[in-house]
Ligand binder design. Structure first.
Ligand code: ATP
Length: 636
């Protein structure tokens, strides 16, 4: 095998380098990671492999491999690139390909609990008449993309056909079939988090650039890890980042990975607080500002240099079709100041339902009745007012490393407000406890959730994409007496309703997301806070997602029947819930690696479904642990 250093590689640019990477090589690495528990060792397996690809092949192959590692087929703001096929389709494909009855495949699945392994087993039992062309990275990537993109009437048989072709080409002596099926399911389950992939990339590039020296200076490594994380939060696109690292060196990528209108960045997030005094303690001696915390949906507005306006959700989903009515409003806002006209921009806002007759904010529930897709302007009943609170990019310049004071003044100078359609977030700069109390009360009277408190000046006030930062605190009025905030948990199981709840689910098993392992860890069973309408709409939503077996990445107590639901669900839905407090639990599992026992929510209450959050945006187990620690008088 050829192994080229960076210099040699550059000399050979233009030639086809190591054209094919066998898929079996990738699955061999997946196997290694799956069997390894040390995070450091996993990082080194990942980085060595990425280095190998850099040395033997091309940037284009590395990009595809990175996507296969994180189980996506492109950046997450690009639509229709998600896998996550249902069990029945995969069972059908496995059965058709191996010639085994689907009832047999199903039975195996019930025994083994992993369709990937079932596919592998079926493969080994199957005689091969002729040897088809073996799979390589390009073939797998192209086929998976075709599957993700195929929609419509014949799409199921089309998908099954492509899967069949690939399964037939899998070599039974490798783990290709196992990982192919897991990729199609949407989760590789090798205990690899996306942040490890970023670190692996940073290391691989350092090794590649150092031309064979295998020892990396740890300080240098920390530095480039921060650089790549920062680059990714500004521009969450591996293709751009990897190309920049290859062309300019990993240390210099920030210069080439700037925030770009048209590519949504991951929003900055806030830490919860339980009182105004806690806020004052945190920001002691610093200048800060309080803004109304509007109760709607986050909207990141982009003006692209070709004049297009796009609106992205908290989740980087393109919501422009949902808000066609906002586009003309935004044009007016951007262009009506006589002195300047915007040519490019990224603006952080909250979209809130607005009552045009009484000129006031409407509750979140009203906003959620608005259709999510393909909204026709003439059918719109719920009007929106956008409340802008930050400007991240203006006229070809990224502003995230300007102070909030500066960003705000550029925003105010260049944009025009239109009452009830586009306004700036109401704000007050004060550090007087009484004044803040009055402002908090006023925010609630004005139909907001409370306040967002933000550092105003200096480095601490820079916009930190994707970070849950201590420089932004949320003060939610309703939760001040409780734990300071609500939690957003993934619904993984249901309990059959009895009595009044017959015919729907009576309760649910919820889980937090462990960002290190990619697993969902049980936190509580919930049965209160649901109206009858909630229960029936949740039943309609979750019934089709029922599965026979828990997913292998659900962490629950297998020995305690109290923590085992009547039915399991595919992870699709996030509930926002309130808790009285947290306790260490003998049966629940959130953050169990940290404490030996898991943490559970006491007296959980359902608030609403969070359609704007993906399952990986759920409250993490680390956050649950932070909530637990911030309770007074805990004994760890
Ligand atoms: P998190 O992941 O932080 O829990 P969340 O989506 O559950 O976020 P909250 O915790 O309630 O929401 O608070 C943060 C959200 O508040 C932001 O994502 C944004 O949508 C909204 N928001 C409303 N007003 C403001 C404001 N003035 N500044 C920043 N965010 C605001």
């Amino acid at each position: 095998l050829i192994k080229l250093t960076k210099k040699e590689h550059e000399k050979h640019k233009g030639e086809v380098l190591g054209a094919n990477i066998p898929y079996a090589r990738l699955t061999e690495v997946f196997d290694k990671i799956e069997n390894e528990s040390s995070r450091l060792k996993i990082i080194s397996i990942v980085s060595e492999f990425f280095l190998e690809i850099l040395q033997q092949s091309s940037v284009d192959k590395l990009v595809k491999i990175v996507y296969l590692f994180i189980n996506r087929l492109g950046p997450d703001y690009e639509p229709d690139l998600e896998l996550g096929l249902g069990e029945s389709l995969l069972i059908r494909a496995i059965s058709e390909c191996s010639g085994r009855a689907s009832s047999k495949v199903k039975k195996d699945y019930q025994e083994v609990g992993d369709l990937g392994k079932v596919a592998q087993k079926s493969k080994s039992a199957q005689p091969t008449m002729f040897k088809p062309k073996s799979l390589d990275i390009d073939m797998v990537f192209t086929n998976l993309t075709q599957i993700a993109k195929s929609t419509g009437k014949d799409s199921v048989s089309k998908k099954v056909g492509i899967i069949n072709k690939m399964l037939t080409a899998c070599d039974a002596k490798t783990s290709e079939a196992k990982f192919l099926i897991r990729s199609l399911e949407g989760k590789l389950r090798i205990g690899l988090a996306e942040k490890t992939v970023l670190i692996g990339l940073a290391q691989a590039f350092l090794l590649f650039e150092s031309n064979s020296n295998r020892k990396i200076n740890p300080e240098k490594l920390n530095e480039v890890e921060d650089i790549i994380r920062e680059a990714f939060s500004r521009i969450p696109n591996y293709e751009i980042i990897i190309q920049a690292a290859y062309d300019h060196g990993i240390e210099n990528i920030l210069e080439y990975c700037q925030l770009t209108p048209g590519i949504p960045l991951k929003p900055m997030l806030a830490k919860p607080t339980k009182s105004i005094t806690e806020v004052l303690d945190r920001f002691q001696g610093e200048e800060f500002t309080c803004e109304y915390k509007y109760d709607g949906e986050r909207a990141q507005v982009h003006l692209l240099s070709d004049g297009t306006i796009k609106i992205y959700s908290r989740n980087s989903e393109d919501m422009s079709q949902r808000y066609p009515d906002l586009i003309p409003i935004l044009r007016e806002v951007m262009h009506s100041k006589s002195t300047t006209s915007a040519v490019s921009m990224v603006l952080d806002c909250e979209a809130v339902a607005w009552d045009r007759i009484n000129n006031k904010i409407l509750p979140f529930q009203v906003l959620s009745t608005r259709k999510r897709k393909d909204v026709d302007e003439k059918d719109i009943k719920v009007h929106i007012c956008l409340f802008a609170f930050d400007l991240l990019y203006y006229n070809n310049e990224a502003l995230i490393t300007h102070s909030l004071t500066d960003r705000r003044s550029i925003m105010h100078e260049n944009l025009t407000t239109i009452e009830g359609k586009f306004q700036f977030a109401t704000a007050k700069n004060s550090s007087n406890l009484d004044e803040l109390q009055v402002f908090l009360d006023q925010s609630v009277k004005d139909a907001c959730e409370g306040l967002m408190v933000k550092m105003l000046n200096g480095k601490d006030s820079f916009y930190e994409p994707s970070k849950r930062s201590r420089n932004w605190l949320k003060l939610k009025k309703d939760y001040l007496e409780g734990v300071g905030d609500s939690l957003d948990l993934v619904v993984i199981g249901g309990y059959i309703g009895r009595g009044k709840r017959t015919g729907s689910y009576g309760g649910f098993l919820l889980a937090s997301y462990n960002e290190d392992t990619g697993e969902y860890e049980t936190t509580c069973k919930i049965g209160t806070g649901f109206s009858d309408e909630d229960l029936s709409s949740i039943h309609a939503k979750l019934k089709p997602t029922e599965i026979k077996m828990p997913k292998p990445f659900y962490v629950y107590d297998t020995t305690n029947s109290n923590a085992i639901p009547d039915v399991w669900f595919e992870p699709t839905t996030v509930f926002e819930v309130l808790a009285a407090d947290f306790s260490l639990s003998p049966i629940y599992k959130a953050a169990h690696q940290e404490y030996g026992k898991g943490i559970s929510l006491r007296f959980p209450r359902f608030l609403r479904i969070r359609d704007d959050k993906g399952i990986e945006d759920a409250t993490s187990s680390t956050q649950v642990s932070e909530f637990y620690r911030s309770q007074a008088n805990i004994n760890i």
